[in-house]
Design a protein around this ligand. Structure first.
Ligand code: SF4
Length: 386
């Protein structure tokens, strides 16, 4: 497969870019503090062929557990996502091969400190511990300053893409100025069209930087693979993309299917077997759901996502998006563009209609309320419906 001639970035035993085979990665959905389960899942993903295995870490206790998982699964290349507390990099970097930070989350802590200084701190710790970095920009959580600057710059169907690309370019410049070149970039969204557009624009501007491809919250099988395949076919066939993840909502024991799906898409593209239509047609019901990770607030999340899909099947002809997220870290922001959004808390589920919060509902009654809201939206749409 033709691939853009990026520089190569080593993360543990794998090389990303520079002509190396595309690295398929995945992420543990277990609670990081459940060391046995997380180690077992990391091993399962590694054995399924994941070149990198991501683990979520939010607290000092999570870091202790990460260190134990590292000892128990030395064969896997581990990656950690930094969320709002960027200083946690000091504790996690000794135990992993790559660290991901989200430029859109850096402003939360130490608000007066420039983002450039925070990036310098992350890069210094990464270099000290032989780690690669990923600048991981998500369209749903772009740095608010960038979002403001590029408000209105895109047509409605690509809203937020300019801010996402500019944010990524800005952070590349920060790292370049520091002389830190061991990084990759990702530009993700749940809409494959934004993923295609964002990655294409970025690759034109920075053909030297390896790209990590992904469609966030792609959802349940089989739709989740279809959305992802649409984006990956368009990008990989143009030589864009050096590592990838297929983010699927799956029962914990089936997490390896993310790796299988990634390898299958690559094999099909390499063999010239294209299955998608060139442009994503998002007509009809669209269910977005996160792949879950250790931050999931209640393990009933996966069942909830399946139940939402089943309950809402009757709404298939209507252009409606329902987003189901596992936690409050990304739930509120990532559901902003959905008609109906749900995100999990330990004992209840938050429900949102557009940007209006409707309240919190017990797990066993939230579907009833969701159905009422769905019916109301359908009623409004009926005159225009086919
Ligand atoms: S929404 Fe929360 S639980 Fe779901 S993958 Fe993102 S961080 Fe993890």
């Amino acid at each position: 497969m033709k691939r853009a001639n990026t520089r190569s970035v080593r993360a543990g035993s794998v090389t990303i870019g520079g002509g190396a085979p595309i690295v398929v990665q995945s992420m543990c959905a277990t609670r990081t503090q459940d060391i046995e389960a997380t180690a077992a899942q990391a091993r399962m993903l590694h054995e399924a062929g994941a070149g990198l295995v991501r683990i979520a870490v939010d607290s000092a206790r999570d870091v202790e557990c990460l260190a134990k998982v590292r000892e128990m699964v030395p064969e896997a290349n581990l990656v950690v996502d930094l969320q709002e507390n960027y200083r946690l990099v000091t504790q996690v970097a000794p135990h992993v091969n790559k660290v991901r930070y989200n430029p859109g989350h850096l402003y939360h802590h130490e608000k007066t400190k420039p983002a450039r200084d925070k990036v310098a701190f992350i890069a210094q710790e990464a270099a000290r511990h032989d780690c690669a970095l990923r600048i991981g920009v998500n369209c749903g959580s772009v740095d608010p300053a960038m979002q403001e600057k590029f408000e209105g710059a895109d047509p409605p169907e690509l809203r937020g893409v300019s801010a996402m690309v500019e944010s990524a370019l800005q952070h590349c410049a920060f790292l370049d100025d520091l002389g830190f070149t061991r990084y990759v970039v990702s530009l993700k969204d749940s809409d494959p069209r934004k993923v295609i557009e964002g990655n294409t624009r970025f690759a034109e501007a920075r053909p030297d930087v390896p790209l990590h491809l992904g469609v966030t919250e792609a959802g349940l099988l089989p739709d989740g693979v279809i959305k992802t395949r649409i984006a990956f076919e368009q990008l990989l066939s143009r030589g864009i993309g050096n590592t990838l993840r297929v983010s699927l909502t799956l029962p914990f024991a089936d997490k390896w299917k993310e790796v299988e799906a990634g390898n299958q898409i690559i094999a099909d593209i390499e063999a010239g077997r294209f299955r998608s239509v060139p442009v994503f047609q998002d007509h009809g019901l669209n269910i977005i759901s996160c792949p879950s990770c250790s931050r999931v607030e209640n393990e009933a999340f996966v069942d909830l996502a399946f139940a939402v899909k089943e309950m809402s099947a009757y709404a298939k002809p209507y252009d409606i998006t329902i987003a189901v997220m596992g936690c409050r870290v990304n739930g509120p922001g990532e559901t902003d563009d959905a008609d109906l959004g749900l995100w999990c808390a330990p004992n209840f589920v938050n429900l949102k209609k557009g940007e209006v919060e409707l309240g919190a509902f017990p797990y066993d009654t939230v579907l009833d309320r969701l159905k009422l809201e769905l019916d109301a939206i359908i009623e409004q749409k009926k005159p225009a419906a086919v």
